[in-house]
Design a protein around this ligand. Structure first.
Ligand code: IPT
Length: 992
């Protein structure tokens, strides 16, 4: 049954009352209920820093920008996971081209703050530049500066130094709030320069805290949230604010804490990471339905998924964790997953939809939280190497759809569609108030392909129509929408976009290759129909043109006349073809481009369309542009064009593909062993004495021991050394080191220069992991005699825990906890040394405290001529640290964007790990016998693709097996003709 809009209102009850209870269309003083006045208009189009003031508000359906409804179709991107500012533009252009109109951005406090009071937004940390680039790309921004972000980063984004401060984080504790204010002042000083309301940027939403679920009821939580609200407003942030509730619990819904009376400027947002093997969840629609208390928590704000899983993070490998690599995340959450889950979200009234992650990037240096390894690819639609994946296809199709069809921005739930022949098909039915549009989302929860019979109607009575819905897939159908001058009665293919381009309307429909489709368009009289390409057939009856076609490539059907002067070009594209169709809206009209692998920009100047973009293979170029445009320039080269029967311009020459990229073998290795700290005579007089008696850590300090946790001495990242002097050890039979690290931590010890052995942090059982106590005791037999003696201990402590439960778990100790002897009790005097002063360019998370790092062995330009010349693979023996360096030169063609990685491989039985430095930048950690990561992305900008580079590998070996490096080689991860201009990041050597 298909209901008229009037019938439906009676069924949906309060849901249909929407506009009369809708709230606040404005900001600042203008904010407040706006129940009367004109209904919101259509999406105002791509935003920019245009110097004009704008209004940003919302009602229960959607965001309302400048009086127009906007569905925010957003992708999560973290600038701190791509340390090459030029490439931010590449990623953002790819997202816009693929249909996103918004990005959501965490800002990670630790990345910007090496010390209290010190905030750095320069170089790779240039948030201003990132936000400017987003505005230049025409993307709205949802800014999420925490203070706590989680995000699988060290301490969930808290700076290392915060672990050594008083006060309970994520509460109203006054000491903590002092630091929070410091951070917010610093980040908001930049954010206020990019508010869309001011016309100086494109920030439209701003998040406070993240998944804050553990102090919801107490004053310490409510006062904290109220404090954040007040502070952020005081700093001049005037766009609507929101929180990201961990699941739809209704936490921090409007009215649950003090927002200074500004209830109408606060949105309710929540996140969801459902298992891909489960049925997609119904969140409830505008407070109707849903299983959790939060379903009805915020009936006046639009459905807002602040994060919805677009992939999943991968744990370390090995038997304990079983990280399988990101191909697996991409396989379990594939394109069909996106259609099933995201279309279900739309059917549930979600109008702010952010996919976490859309580009995951790299947790380089010591950024990753203990749960993850270096790559944060996430199985996202755009992979870590900036390459599009098949997962961009549905994003592209749905993103362009919500932009093109304004009816989708305001939908009421109608009675579910009753489909025939579709056991296992869930059918949602929605209507657009005040229009003839109906939306059906058909989801197949079974593995079998189904052809369902669906009653579809435009302006007429419903007709049962066969609609294929492949197993574990979904599609969205519309009826009764305008295609420009003509109305669509229905189509069994999913609409992707409609645009007025040149002298005609163009409408694009998509589906899987080989599917039979039927598209029916209202026509008062019989039109002239020409099939330009593909297998389509057209018949006219009952005031409608019926076009049937099997999807394959691009089917073109030109409809002319039939009572309408403006022609309609119907384009039926299979998936692969749909991502070769690019809509770009310019201030002087829309452009539709078909052919190349990517359209980055389109600008119209008089009679010329200037296009930039990428090709991989040779490609055709076809352009639908406003009337009068006769010339086309592609990547600065003028192309000869001819006019086509489809109303487009077609290049008479194909665009060239990308040329070959040749990568050199890595040879000329130089080797140098270090860990001089293990030698008895090493001079540690400049090291800090470990003599504290109290700690800020949440890990108890064992009785009778000095504080040995590294954070208490100002060492927050990477490796830490201890040297302990003692005498009076006669009778000692063994020495035991208790230590605390994150996952994959280890400890290696020497007594008087002789190795005692290496201990690897065992994986605690599940209960222990939950308690967050990654601690262990390593016991080594000794027979030292009276002394004096020196113990040397290196702890690879990995990173700080996140603080997801707001219980200060980021303050768990890191490093040694205690050292005791069996058979003797000598007093040990300890000294400690971690990382040197933070690298002012590469940032606080770039380095730990290895000798080579303290000496700058990771940097380009250090004199390594005296190092031993060696070839790889190696089979080194012994416990300790050895460095390998080499230089290489790349000569990638200037017109080619080559994405390059470093691949390491060896016999998996070999117990060693490698810290990878490219031109001094810490590109991550390879653990040979754990995995699963073997290839490390080397982003252009850090990597000079047209010049000399220095690679340095710091190898830590257990000493229990031979140690590599084994195979070390450059890998081509993607190439395209085009790309963006890349400016090299600063990579200073030791002289600065
Ligand atoms: C949730 C967090 O908000 C986000 O920061 C990130 O950690 C993400 O999801 C997981 O990758 S955490 C939630 C799934 C418990």
């Amino acid at each position: 049954m298909v209901l008229s809009r009037r019938t439906f209102s009676a069924i949906a009850g309060s849901a249909a009352l929407g506009l009369s209870i809708g709230c606040g269309g404005g900001v600042g003083a203008a904010a407040g209920p706006a129940p009367t006045g004109p209904a919101p208009g259509p999406d105002p189009g791509p935003p920019g820093a245009d110097g004009r003031t704008h209004t940003v508000g919302f009602d229960k359906y959607s965001m309302i920008v400048d009086g127009g409804r906007v569905v925010l179709w957003s992708g999560e991107v973290h600038p701190f996971r791509l340390p090459s500012p030029s490439l931010w533009r590449d990623v953002l252009q790819k997202l816009r081209a693929h249909g996103y109109n918004t990005i959501s951005v965490y800002v990670s406090w630790n990345y910007h703050s090496p010390a209290p009071g010190s905030y750095d937004f320069t170089g790779v940390r240039d948030l201003d530049l990132f936000l400017r680039t987003a505005a230049e790309t025409g993307l709205y921004v949802i800014l999420r500066p925490g203070p706590y972000i989680n995000a699988e980063v060290d301490a969930g984004g808290f700076p290392g130094w915060l672990t050594a401060t008083r006060g309970m984080a994520r509460t109203s504790d006054p000491t903590y709030l002092t630091y929070v204010d410091e951070w917010l002042t610093a980040v908001n000083r930049i954010a206020v320069r990019h508010l869309y309301t001011k016309g100086t940027g494109t920030i439209v939403l701003y998040q406070l805290e993240n998944e804050y679920a553990n102090h919801v009821a107490g004053p310490e939580g409510r006062d904290y949230m109220a404090h954040l609200y007040k502070k952020v407003r005081a700093d001049g942030i005037d766009v609507p604010l929101f929180h990201n509730d961990k699941g739809r619990n209704g936490h921090w819904a409007p009215g649950t804490f003090d927002t200074g009376g500004e209830r109408e400027r606060w949105l309710y947002g929540f996140d969801g990471y459902p298992s891909p093997s489960k049925q997609p969840p119904d969140w409830g629609y505008f407070g109707v339905g849903g299983t959790k208390g939060g379903a009805s928590a915020s009936p006046r704000t639009p459905g807002f998924l602040a994060e919805f899983g677009g992939g999943w993070f991968d744990p370390w490998g090995g038997v304990e964790f079983d990280g399988k690599g990101y191909a697996e995340s991409r396989r379990t959450r594939d394109a069909a997953y996106e259609r099933r889950f995201y279309l279900t979200n739309l059917a549930n009234g979600i109008k702010v939809h952010n996919v976490y992650m859309t580009f995951g990037g790299t947790s380089w240096g010591w950024l990753p939280a203990p749960v993850v390894y270096t790559s944060y690819d996430y199985g996202a639609a755009l992979d870590e190497a900036r390459q599009p994946t098949a997962k961009l296809v549905p994003m592209h199709q749905i993103g362009h759809l919500v932009r093109s069809v304004p009816e989708l921005a305001a939908l009421d739930r109608a009675e579910d569609t009753v489909v025939g022949g579709g056991a296992g098909i869930k059918a949602y039915h929605l209507v657009s108030p005040g229009t003839e549009a109906h939306v059906h989302v058909l989801r197949n929860d079974t593995a079998a392909d189904v052809v369902a019979t669906v009653p579809l109607a435009g302006t007429t009575a419903p007709v049962p129509v066969p609609v294929p819905v492949p197993g574990r897939d979904a599609r969205l159908l519309v009826t009764g929408i305008s295609l420009g001058r003509r109305m669509l009665r229905y189509s069994t293919a999913q609409p992707m976009l409609r645009v007025a381009a040149g002298r005609q309307d163009v409408a694009v429909f998509t589906g899987r290759t080989g599917e039979a489709t039927e598209t029916v368009v209202e026509c008062a009289s019989e039109p002239a129909v020409t099939v330009h390409d593909g297998s389509a057939r057209a018949t006219y009856a009952n005031g409608a043109l019926r076009v049937t076609a099997r999807l394959g490539g691009l089917t073109r059907v030109m409809v002319e006349g039939g009572g309408v002067s403006r022609p309609l070009l119907l384009l039926l594209a299979d998936d692969e073809t749909s991502v070769r169709l690019w809509r770009y809206d310019t201030p002087s009209g829309s452009v539709l481009v078909y052919g190349p692998a990517l359209l980055r920009t389109a600008t119209l100047h008089g009679t010329t369309a200037h296009l930039t973009g990428d090709t991989i293979d040779e490609a055709d170029l076809e352009v639908w542009a406003p009337r009068g445009v006769t010339r086309v320039v592609w990547n600065e080269g003028r192309l000869p064009m001819r006019a086509t029967l489809s109303g487009s311009l077609h290049a008479t020459r194909r665009l060239p593909g990308a040329g070959p990229v040749r990568l050199p073998a890595l040879t000329g290795w130089r080797r140098k062993a270090e860990n001089p700290e293990s030698a008895p005579g090493f001079d540690d007089s400049t090291w800090r004495a470990a003599d504290r008696t109290s700690s800020y850590s949440t890990t108890p300090v064992p009785a009778g021991q000095p504080v040995l946790f590294a954070d208490d001495y100002g060492f927050h990242y990477g490796d830490v050394w201890y040297r302990g002097r003692f005498a009076g050890a006669a009778g000692a039979r063994s020495v035991s080191f208790s230590y605390v690290t994150g996952t994959q931590g280890l400890l290696m010890a020497w007594l008087d220069g002789r190795p005692l052995g290496t201990h690897r942090m065992p994986v605690p059982d599940k209960k222990t992991v939950r308690r967050g106590t990654w601690s262990a005791t390593a016991t080594f037999p000794v027979a030292p005699g009276e002394g004096p003696h020196v113990l040397s201990v290196l702890v690879r402590r990995m990173q700080h825990d996140e603080d997801g439960r707001a219980n200060d778990s980021h303050k768990a100790g890191r490093g040694l906890a205690s050292v005791t002897f069996d058979g003797a009790s000598p007093q040990v005097r300890w000294r400690i040394q971690g990382e040197a002063a933070p690298d002012p360019v590469r940032g606080p998370l770039n380095n730990g405290g290895l000798y080579g790092e303290r000496q700058g062995w990771h940097l380009p330009g250090i004199p390594d001529g005296g190092w031993q010349s060696v070839g790889l693979p190696r089979a080194d023996r012994g416990q300790g640290v050895v460095w390998y360096r080499t230089d290489f030169r790349l000569t990638v063609d200037p017109g080619t964007d080559a994405s390059i990685g470093l691949t390491l491989d060896d016999d998996p039985a070999r117990a060693y790990r490698v810290q990878i430095f490219l031109n001094g930048w810490n590109m991550g950690q390879y653990i040979n016998d754990v995995g699963p990561q073997h290839t490390f992305v080397l982003p252009g900008g850090v990597l000079d693709t047209r010049g000399a580079n220095t690679l340095a590998l710091a190898v830590l070996a257990d000493g229990t097996t031979p140690a590599g490096p084994g195979k070390v080689e450059l890998t081509l991860l993607g190439r395209a003709a085009g790309g963006v201009p890349v400016t090299l990041v600063d990579s200073p050597g030791p002289t600065r």
